[in-house]
Design a protein around this ligand. Structure first.
Ligand SMILES: Cc1cc2nc3c(=O)[nH]c(=O)nc-3n(C[C@H](O)[C@H](O)[C@H](O)COP(=O)(O)OP(=O)(O)OC[C@H]3O[C@@H](n4cnc5c(N)ncnc54)[C@H](O)[C@@H]3O)c2cc1C
Length: 497
């Protein structure tokens, strides 16, 4: 199985990543990507070591593969898949959202539902075969795929066909014998600069006038004409591991993808100008539920990590003996346990779909996702409350611990009972990277939006998957059990009694 070093060696392939107005010469060496590429390499090493229990025999390729990419065909498969995802998430403490298991999971859903990728009537190309072969490559090569599946935020008042200016959203400019030529942009491929491939499609509903934008394909990160416009890397501002323990390791850059008339060969096209198929690929294959269950597994690991930091802060500051603080830690525990419980409930309520794939229970999964835009900020708020000014009463950098002018004061004034100053400073610097650094702010935005804006997650996913129809039946039956006339008679009887 692919090792971390093999992954790192593959990154210098001429991909076009743009930072500060210039093309990055080599992402394998550029310091802005050092933290995340090292972390991803570590993930591959973990998977490659049989001792970590992340390998299985994949029937699709009849060879050993990474469990995080598996198609669950039994409750045991689903449990094994979660454990493997958790193994990776524990390595990053949940701070890498688009690790290779995220989009890889979507392809497990896609490939096990080839019928969804049949072309429109009259289009006999083997799109389903393309999806299957791409998934087999993910299994065989342990591929790191990210995705850009949201139209650029040009205007939300209409879809792309209503925008002024052609091909702002990525769409088909022309068709050739070799494939589709695409132009435009799509947001927001997290991790793009250090991935192998980018999957591009549109999860937002499109109308009949948007046919040219209704596509789905994957291309290698090094494709000529495919550009990645990177947001400001926070890693570059992380002066040291000690000062920014999370930023320095886990800054996965978010990029706007731009396509300058890129030829997408036919064998890489999954959906060809078919608005109906866009939603079906996510929702009729179970890919959306499986992929977001992976995301909740990661989130649970991250929330436990944050809760533990909060607990330790209270211990160091000696506030944990106050009932008020115990109540706050209790609320934190309640929130985190609720997320974990929903994750496990989704596993327990999983059912096989028509193709025999075990899909996590959608009520529990989308229910907890519907609350995420409130639960994550609440968890951060509790930690923010507990640290007080301690995250600003911090030396300017690790160098203050050693400077001739500062070392003695730092050792004396930054300590807590039982916690020497270095330990205390380390903890509070970590807390700041969770609640206050630019990396922390981006994470709050990520957790609130990665699965869609809250109005979509609540209004579409949680609302539609709750099972209101079934409950309405129960209410209707209850209401039918009494009527107005009978009610008057009954109350008259009661008065007589
Ligand atoms: C850090 C980060 C990483 C991301 N990584 C990825 C990634 O790897 N791949 C990827 O494809 N995407 C990624 N995304 C994009 C993410 O999927 C989108 O942010 C999300 O789908 C919401 O779309 P939007 O940002 O365009 O928000 P919009 O749809 O523009 O919504 C923004 C706000 O406008 C209001 N609004 C807009 N439309 C309506 C409406 N119809 N009704 C009511 N209110 C409305 C709401 O207040 C909403 O919260 C990432 C986002 C973030 C923040």
């Amino acid at each position: 199985m692919r090792t971390g070093q093999e992954y790192l060696d593959s990154l210098n392939d001429g991909r076009t990543v743009i930072l500060d107005g210039e093309v990055v010469e080599n992402v394998a060496e550029h310091p802005a990507f050092a933290g995340i590429r090292t972390t991803v390499a570590e993930l591959f090493d973990i998977a490659a070591d049989p001792a970590n229990g992340m390998q299985y025999r994949a029937p699709e390729i009849d060879a050993s593969a990474n469990l995080v990419f598996s198609v669950p065909r039994s409750p045991e498969d689903l449990a094994a898949r979660r454990r493997a995802v958790e193994r990776w998430a524990k390595h990053t403490h949940g701070w890498v959202g688009r690790s290779p298991d995220h989009v890889g999971t979507f392809f497990a859903g896609f490939a096990s539902h080839p019928e969804v990728f049949a072309g429109e009537e009259g289009d006999d190309r083997d799109y389903a075969g393309n999806v299957r072969r791409f998934y087999e490559r993910i299994l065989r090569e342990n591929l790191y795929v990210t995705y850009a599946i949201i139209p650029p935020q040009v205007s939300r008042a209409t879809t792309a066909s209503g925008w002024e200016g052609e091909f702002l959203q990525v769409g088909v400019v022309r068709e050739t014998e070799e494939g589709l030529v695409v132009r435009g942009s799509q947001m927001l491929a997290t991790g793009g600069p250090v991935t192998d491939e980018v999957f591009v499609t549109c999860i937002k509903p499109l109308g009949p006038d948007d046919r040219d934008f209704a596509i789905s394909f994957a291309m290698p990160a090094s494709t000529p004409g495919m550009k990645m416009y990177c947001r400001r890397p926070y890693h570059s501002t992380a002066t040291s591991d000690f000062d920014y323990p999370l930023t320095s390791r886990y800054d996965e850059h978010d990029v706007l993808m731009v396509f300058d008339d890129v030829l997408v060969p036919w064998d890489r096209v999954f959906i060809n100008r078919n608005p109906q198929a866009l939603g079906r690929q996510f929702f009729e294959t179970g890919a959306h539920a499986l992929g977001n269950w992976q995301a909740q597994t990661r989130l649970t690991v991250k929330l436990k990590f944050i809760a533990a930091v909060a607990r330790k802060v209270a211990q160091v500051n000696g506030t944990d003996k106050f009932p008020g603080v115990q109540e706050k830690l209790g609320e934190l525990a309640a929130v985190v346990s609720t997320v974990e419980s929903a994750l496990l409930a989704a596993q327990v309520t999983a059912e096989p779909d028509a193709n025999g794939v075990y899909i996590p229970g959608r009520r529990a999964l989308y229910g907890i996702m519907g609350l995420q835009s409130e639960t994550y900020p609440r968890v951060i708020q509790i930690l923010r409350d507990l640290v007080g000014g301690g995250v600003t009463q911090l030396p300017s950098s690790v160098k203050d611990l050693y400077g001739e002018a500062s070392a003695a004061d730092v050792a004396r004034y930054y300590q807590s009972p039982g916690f020497p100053s270095e330990e205390r400073i380390k903890l509070f610097k970590l807390a700041w990277d969770i609640i206050g650094s630019e990396f922390a702010g981006r994470h709050q935005q990520y957790e609130m939006f990665y699965a869609g804006a809250p109005f979509v997650v609540k209004g579409a996913y949680a609302y539609r998957n709750f099972g209101y129809d079934e409950l309405l039946g129960e209410i209707d039956e209850f209401l039918a059990g009494y009527g107005s006339r009978a009610s008057i008679d009954a109350s008259a009887d009661r008065r007589e009694i």
